[in-house]
Ligand binder design. Structure first.
Ligand SMILES: NC(=O)c1ccc[n+]([C@@H]2O[C@H](COP(=O)([O-])OP(=O)(O)OC[C@H]3O[C@@H](n4cnc5c(N)ncnc54)[C@H](OP(=O)(O)O)[C@@H]3O)[C@@H](O)[C@H]2O)c1
Length: 266
């Protein structure tokens, strides 16, 4: 049974990915800071697969050690998704007004924590494992107010590229998922109607497609991996039916059970 660790798995993209991988028989190690929604979600997923949920903050070394211990108990790691992230203070301040303590916190969560987790987990990564560091278009484009978050994501992209050079056995991806209708996105646009943004579950098929196709390590946009062809939708790479419903374990169950991220290890 392949094993995936997903950080920030109680909401948004992390939750949608966990639900999709759980349905495909992946064993899951999940985290988020707030215990109740995380453990409730893990209870739902337990009907589908083996789940270990550990509430904690990815910026805390002890918590990262606990996650690594859970991975060890699961027998190793085939997929790491560094998804947990913070915008920092909202409404998003200009760089002139961004307190350095806040920028430090952004860097802790969005940059140092993913690297810390990778350092802990490298010895347990399968030779054909993939690491997805969830990025943003703010890593490559500049927007007023997004300087702290964007700089952290740009640096995360750079770490990802370097890790790809240093560890050629695995695939290392920085992935921009695109805009999604989530609490983080709402926090970035307080008081605005974000109902036109896509549900995070609609991004999952593209990410699964990317993982299935295994392009070279690098930075990618999820939008470039949307399953479009018949092959994508039904063959080795497709997961099109994920693109609907909510992100819950049951509610977004897809019809395309022929899809499986092929794994031979474990
Ligand atoms: N939404 C968008 O439009 C958008 C666009 C581009 C990129 N992204 C990226 O996509 C990823 C997912 O974002 P999302 O919009 O799906 O977020 P979301 O719905 O707000 O969910 C964030 C998840 O991360 C957890 N989390 C936050 N801080 C954490 C910490 N320090 N330690 C552990 N868990 C933590 C949250 O739970 P707790 O609060 O309980 O910890 C929650 O489970 C992020 O990397 C984000 O930068 C999002």
């Amino acid at each position: 049974m392949p094993v995936a660790l997903i950080t920030g798995a109680s909401s948004g993209l992390g939750r949608a990915l966990a639900a999709a991988l759980g349905r495909r028989g992946w064993a899951l190690v999940l985290d988020a800071r707030t215990p109740q929604p995380l453990y409730q979600f893990a209870d739902e997923l337990a009907a589908l697969t083996v789940v270990k949920a550990i509430a904690g903050d990815v910026s805390m070394p002890d918590h990262r050690r606990d996650l690594a211990q859970a991975v060890r108990a699961a027998g190793g790691l085939d997929l790491l998704i560094n998804n947990a992230s913070t915008l920092g203070p909202t409404p998003l301040p200009s760089l002139a007004e961004l307190a350095l303590a806040s920028f430090h916190e952004i860097l802790q969560v969005n940059l140092l924590a993913p690297l810390g987790l990778i350092q802990q987990l490298l010895p347990q990564l399968a030779d054909d494992a993939a690491v997805v560091n969830v990025s943003s278009d703010a890593a490559v484009a500049s927007y007023p107010g997004w300087g702290g978050y964007g700089a952290a994501k740009a640096a995360l992209d750079h770490l990802t590229a370097t890790l790809g050079q240093e560890n050629p056995a695995q695939r290392w991806y920085a992935v921009d998922p695109g805009d999604m209708r989530t609490p983080m996105h709402q926090a970035a646009f307080p008081g605005e109607d974000i109902s036109d943004r896509p549900d995070p579950a609609t991004v999952v098929p593209a990410l699964l497609n990317l993982l299935e196709r295994r392009p070279p390590s690098g930075r990618y946009r999820a939008a470039d991996f949307e399953p479009t062809s018949t092959t994508d939708a039904r063959g080795s790479a497709g997961a099109g039916a994920d693109a609907r419903g909510s992100a819950g374990a049951g509610a977004d169950a897809d019809a395309d059970e022929s899809y499986a991220l092929r794994k031979t290890s474990r």
